[in-house]
Write a new protein. Structure first.
Lengths: 341, 341
DNA sequence: TGCGCGGATATGAACGATCAAATACGGTGT
DNA sequence: ACACCGTATTTGATCGTTCATATCCGCGCA
């Protein structure tokens, strides 16, 4: 531990009070309960606050009030081999949503050698944050279990177990996938393949289930394929798939990244995407719009998800009210040329 | 403003002191200056701390010490049309680096209707953070000017002006680009094109300058092209480029995303990448490895950059020492099949 | 005149930690 | 026996805010 140089202190409530010729409490009231002040005093005091650029010290306020106005977001480890589709856009949406509610987002990650639970405990015990925002919820997610046990506020992007707090928000992947398959069926495709790594993430299972449901509903011939995460593998698997005799005329990918491999394979096989082969995927990452032809996919309503998560979390933090049921939001089909005419 | 329900208070230093039969200060010393305690006392006290799960309240500690152990990172607005290559990996590296130094990262973004400077001021005045980490530094970046004026600690990923604090770290894009062009030249290419949007970002200018320097040094015929950000435009521009009579045999892209468009165009023109057309780019985003054939590119040493930034920032915060000169780190060539044999 | 009343403002006491200074405690040397 | 010293531990004050309570003041009313 190095020596710590205390930062210069700023303008305090005392300074403002002296300058305005009133007491501390009057300044505090001007900010927290303006109705208590005589209009004239309020104006004079507010001017002085503005004038001196006074802002209540967050630490002092927190110490007294017990609230931090900070939400922790444990960042998913971003595996370059399997880039997390959410990282970019979701974080973006969360920062915006919480910012508008007057909260800030603190990124946290276990130190080397520290378990996820320990990292959470550290923040709870040190009273650094008011609550947690979790994403990439696994089945029996240990973080959810831990926070539930500790009785600490959290909200989750992804479903939690039935015996746990239902403070989650999720996308109706099954329904979105059914609609996606519906679009494919409406274009006259009969043989459809689903491609996704079989990594056992709940959301991917939902997408797979949605595909199967869609295929059944529309009487299509659907087949599942699960290549590994390696790009080469994906291309190879797709090539094989497309070289077969009864090759599918449409491919549904579990995520936009996979579509990149599918495009590559299709071209290697001499198939034109959109006309000879329909490709659709899920997530609407930037790459979906960048691919040529642009990719038909399902857009996650990230901003609405973030808004709902923050709103639920703040309800727990500020009012102590835990939502009785999870919230399921629809995905939005984004039709682009890769689906065909 | 909704009513605020104070969170239940946790274990305090007083509780531990009473339980261990010593005074507050002894507990404090056990954590902050263990050498002051008799070995026996230390052991007994530490056991009790562990036992009760005591962690000093961060707000109380901050109030007294004036230090927050939090670094603010103003998140660049992520334009989906021009996805920020850094957002993912850089943030990741920053969180890891600061975590190891015992600091946390707070994401901030101006509220609607608030200027960037106001957002910074708010954090400074409320003493919420100890310093700022800036990225995507523009020429005459207003944030740098503002923090310099306020005398508040910051470190920047990207060069700052000569009259400003030199607490920056940057990648030697020029040199990396020269080496990249060198690799292309060594493969026997004579006509080389550089593709990048002309958006005037300093880092892109460096890459362009590096390209020109490399071309000059190796006596190649180099040409600059600046399509817009739109994927369709990129493909169209590349197609035109490749359809010309004296078409380049190698294309250098300003960023990995552009390579996607180039791949598409090359295939449309019937050119095989790696053999008939060399493609190289910059950033080593996940997409570089996903493309088939995989893309030769320049990897930014994100972890080293983050480490250096954090180390410099903490030096300013903790020791009050501002670095005298910026730090330039080399990019790392990642040779992959798109360059050719 | 004195009293009660209510709105506006002021005062004292936390919140939980750390810093600086004070004290307790053995052991030496004379 | 006593001053002296260094180490181990305790005490008091403080950081800047907010909560609960106290005071002030003008006014209507008996």
């Amino acid at each position: 531990m190095t020596a710590r140089r205390p930062r210069e202190r700023g303008v305090t409530i005392e300074d403002v009070a002296r300058a305005a010729g009133v007491s501390r409490q009057t300044i505090s009231n001007a900010l927290n309960a303006p109705h208590r002040l005589k209009a004239e005093t309020l104006e004079r005091v507010s001017a002085m606050i503005e004038n001196l650029g006074y802002r209540p010290d967050q630490s002092a306020r927190s110490l007294k009030s017990g609230t931090r106005r900070i939400i922790a977001y444990p960042t998913p480890v971003d595996d370059p081999a399997n880039p997390n589709p959410l990282m970019g856009g979701f974080l973006e949406a969360v920062v915006a949503a919480s910012g508008e509610a007057g909260y800030r987002v603190l990124l946290v990650r276990p130190r080397p050698g520290q378990s996820q639970e320990q990292a959470l405990d550290e923040l709870i015990a040190a009273r650094t944050v008011d609550g947690f925002l979790l994403s990439d919820i696994l089945r029996d997610d240990p973080r959810v279990a831990h926070l539930t046990g500790a009785g600490f506020p959290f909200a989750a992007f992804g479903r939690t177990g039935p015996e746990q707090p239902q403070s989650w928000v999720d996308v109706d992947s099954v329904q979105a996938m059914i609609e996606l398959v519906g679009m494919v069926a409406a274009r006259g495709h009969r043989r459809v393949a689903f491609l996704a790594s079989s990594s056992g993430q709940p959301w991917m299972d939902d997408r797979r289930a949605g595909f199967l449901a869609g295929v059944r509903r529309h009487g299509l011939a659907g087949q599942l394929y699960s290549p590994g995460d390696d790009p080469g593998e994906i291309v190879a698997a797709t090539c094989e798939l497309l070289a077969g005799r009864d090759r599918p005329t449409a491919i549904v990918a579990g995520g936009d990244w996979l579509a990149l491999g599918i495009y590559t394979a299709a071209r290697a096989e001499g198939l034109e995407i959109g006309t000879e082969l329909a490709v659709v995927a899920f997530d609407d990452l930037p790459i979906a719009a960048f691919l040529q032809p642009a990719l038909t996919t399902v857009r996650l309503p990230l901003r609405r998800i973030a808004d709902a998560l923050i709103s639920r979390l703040l309800q727990i933090i500020e009012d102590g009210v835990t939502p009785q049921a999870g919230l399921i939001l629809p995905g939005e089909l984004v039709i682009r040329p890769s689906l065909g005419p």
